[in-house]
Each structure stands twice: as C-alpha cells, then as structure tokens.
Design a protein around this ligand. Sequence first.
Ligand SMILES: [Zn+2]
Length: 264
Amino acid sequence: MDGNQTQVRVMRPGGWVEGPGGGLLLATSGEPPSWFVLEEHPTLFKQFAELPPAPDAIKQFATQYGNLFANLRSGAQLRSTLDDWQEQTFRMRCVLELWEAAVVNSDWLLNRALVELARVAEKGPLKPYQVVAAELVERMRGDLLTGGGVASKCWQAVFVVGDVVTEQLSEMAPFFERAAPSTGSDPVPPQPLKIGLRPKELHQAVWWQCARFLTDGTLVRQCPQCKEWFTVQPPITRTTRKFCSDRCKQAAYRHKQKAKESQS
Ligand SMILES: [Zn+2]
C-alpha cells in the first residue's frame, strides 16, 4: 500500500499582513490548491526542520511551499503567524536531533541536544518555541533522565516533543482509491481498493513525512555537491549512496581532479 505517497494540495500564500503586537501573519488569498508537496518534495520536512527562525527565511519558504495552516476552517482568518512557524520548525528540529541520538545511541548527541534546549529556554519564555524548550528541559531533567539507556531516554523525549504531532495528524482525511489498473490485460479485472491518509495543510504534510521517516527506515541524506536532501530507501537504493544524482557525483569527481592537478 503506498497511500502514504499520495498527493497533498497546499495553498500558496497571498501576502503578508501585520498582526497584533507587530507579529507577521501570512495570509492566503484563497487561491485554488496548486501543487503536490509529498510527491514533488519527499524531503521537505528536513528543509522545514532546518529553517532559520528569521522572518525573511520563513517568508521565502512559505512563498515557495505554501502556508502552514491554510484550509478553510477559519474562514476569513486564514493565516499562520511567525510564532506558529518558529514553534513548528523548532519542534521538528528537536524530534530529528533526538531521534538521531537514539539511533546511534549517543550520550554526546543527547547532551548536545539538551544543552541547546537549555540555551533556547533560558532566553524565554517570550515566544511559544521557548516555552516548548523550557517544558522539555523540565521534563527531561525530571523523570526522563533518571533511568534507562541513552536510546530509551531519547525515544521518550521524541514522544514528548512530538506530542503535538498526533493532534495535527488526526485531522488528516482518510480516503479510498483504486490501485492503478494493470496495463495490457483485457478485460481489466476488478482492482483492489487502497486506503490512505491525505494531509490537507502544509504542517500536516511535513509532520507526516517526518513520522514516515522515523518509522519506515527511509534514510535522508544531504548531497555534498548541491546541498539538496534526497532519500535512500533500502533495498531500492544502495545505502552507500552519497550523492543525489550521477550528475553531482561526476561534478564532485571533476572538482576533486582539478584540485589534485592544481596541487601538483
Ligand atoms: Zn546533488
């Protein structure tokens, strides 16, 4: 069943307005849904997690990929605040960092994540993401860190920081669709139905990608040549794959050769 791979339509933002207290709001114009984020950008959640909290970076991302919350449930008040973006990207970054620490069972990575959380928490609590950091530090210092190995502590922390995910994903719409008819058979036999979940908004789409990444063994790597993220799906693609494409592999090779020549 690959219902997970299904399309999600994301509305592009219509423009920026100044919100109460000077916070930026990203407003949608109610334009028709325009593109398919899961299919076209399977590693978007990585970019999302690493999005800097600066308004300009968020604006640019939103203009390209759509508004965080964009469906019609709130009528005329279609918007996502800067606070929303900062909190959501911060949570995902925490989840991925702690997940990495759990997978490699690294005390060092866990400590690094904790130090970073404490640093963010110290500055607050002015912003929602600073409140999240303070809560996490509090909980992790308390019951989470008293027993068990590094990996189990990290997993628990992932659940704490990801609590919000369940809530967001619960709004996704379940749907049925027919499996693609096999070609060349005549007459076409009845096709089985597939069930899947369809994210309606960008925040659901990126959390859905992130949840899949944490559960299905897909690896996501950054291409050292073009810096784009790409997926490695054993056994379809080799786990040793380093570059996103042959083109980048060749470019890196040529680059290396050139460097060698200029050295000698
Ligand atoms: Zn590349």
